[in-house]
Design a protein around this ligand. Structure first.
Ligand code: SF4
Length: 410
């Protein structure tokens, strides 16, 4: 049985390294200017070349998102950009716009082209159409059910990719004007401000300034607020459907999200590969996905049209844990260097997250800050400092460190 590729978002170099560390088979990332998600810390040309080198050195593929809907004015810049990346050995370009597809084919005829979710492929004839245009992989619209996915698989022989985890749009896979209208940030140029997740209320014209909440929640309502997609529990169905790639949404999301989601899906796919008949979804995998920032989970359209229970009316985001640091070095003498991302205090209960599902807890002792060794051990370490410590278990560079979320008293 063929196990699909696990495809992870890489919003910046650190997230790329974490996606690779925790087991992604491939990553997708954006260059400066021509990918959706312009507000992720996208890769410069130089970083892009280094990223491909880094990933290929570890057997991981890299797909470059060039999936804006281009206006006439974008075409010149897009052409120059595609020419600049022509010599970088990317494994594919992701496109949505037929004009951009045409240009990639002209400039890099050997480069595989993946069709973005933004092209909204919802049936097998569309998939076949795109294949005839030179596309080697289609990302199936999130609005498709399992039976429809199986039918596409049976009727076309190009690669199929589908989202298994991450945010959902309330419009067809991101084709949405809400953000552009409300904030001037165009979702179709990668600048979505996510207004579908804000709270809304009604204002009666004769009473300007008085807002009436639509639901009985003092924070307003979340009428457009879809829960996030999570198909972990249906992994056997997805593998057996014959899709080639399982994609995780979220180039704008943080390192904790990338590491946790990749780690869980990697573990699940590996367990399924080992023993498909004895496979079951483990509760600890679902627990793990509950620890990252999310809006409640839904299976989306996989088994039919979503209903009210697939929206999150009560609150914005749920999150029980926070990322506080990253193991950056493990020295031969056993000392560990930790990059601090969120304030750490002596006495904090931290969790070191390894590959596979390994994790170790540690009550933090006073810490030595690099460059300030003369001060001796301190009780608080701040973001951007590096601390040194010894831990009574095995860790690797790039292991993430987190703690249960606590309200800061400042
Ligand atoms: S506003 Fe919401 S529905 Fe529209 S593109 Fe942004 S995330 Fe998607």
């Amino acid at each position: 049985m063929k196990i699909p590729e696990l495809l992870a978002p890489a919003g910046n170099f650190e997230k790329l390294r974490m996606a690779v560390h925790y087991g992604a088979d491939a990553v997708y990332l954006g260059g400066e200017g021509y990918s959706l998600r312009n507000l992720a810390d996208n890769f410069s040309l130089d970083q892009l070349a280094r990223a491909v080198d880094y990933a290929h050195g570890r057997g991981v593929k890299v797909y470059l998102a060039t999936n804006i809907f281009a206006g006439n004015a974008d075409l010149g810049g897009m052409r120059r950009y595609l020419e600049q990346v022509a010599d970088i050995p990317l494994d594919a370009c992701i496109v949505a716009d037929p004009g951009v597809l045409d240009m990639v084919g002209e400039i890099s005829p050997q480069r595989p082209i993946h069709l973005s979710t933004q092209a909204n492929t919802t049936n097998w004839r569309s998939a076949r159409f795109w294949q005839r245009q030179g596309v080697s992989r289609v990302n199936l619209a999130r609005e498709m059910g399992l039976a429809e996915i199986r039918e596409v698989r049976a009727r076309v022989d190009l690669e199929l990719e589908m989202f298994v985890h991450g945010a959902m749009c309330i419009s067809y896979s991101g084709r949405c004007l809400l953000s552009g209208v409300m904030t001037g940030r165009d979702a179709n140029k990668g600048e979505c401000a996510h207004p579908c997740r804000w709270g809304y209320a009604i204002v009666e014209e004769q009473r300007p300034g008085r807002c009436f909440p639509i639901l009985e929640d003092e924070r307003g309502t979340f009428i457009f607020n879809s829960r996030d997609l999570c198909l972990l529990e249906y992994l056997p169905d997805l593998v057996e459907s014959g899709v080639d790639s399982l994609k995780i949404e979220g180039r704008m999301k943080g390192a904790h999200y990338v590491a946790s989601v990749v780690r869980v899906y990697r573990e699940a796919l590996d367990r399924y590969r080992e023993d498909p008949h004895g496979y079951r979804t483990r509760p600890e995998w679902l627990d793990e996905l509950g620890k990252i920032s999310h809006r409640g989970y839904t299976s989306g359209f996989l088994f039919g049209r979503p209903g009210g229970e697939d929206h999150e009316y009560r609150t914005g985001y749920l999150r029980s844990h926070e990322f506080v640091g990253l193991v950056s070095e493990v020295r031969e003498d056993g000392e560990v260097a930790l990059e601090v991302r969120n304030r750490i205090r002596a006495g904090d209960e931290l969790e070191f997250i390894g590959r596979g599902m390994s994790s170790h807890r540690l009550t933090m002792p006073p810490m030595v800050v690099e460059g300030r060794e003369d001060d001796g051990p301190v009780r608080t370490a701040h973001p951007n400092q590096r601390i040194r410590l010894r831990v009574p278990f095995r860790v690797e560079p790039l292991d993430m460190v987190r703690r249960e979320k606590v309200e800061e008293d400042n």
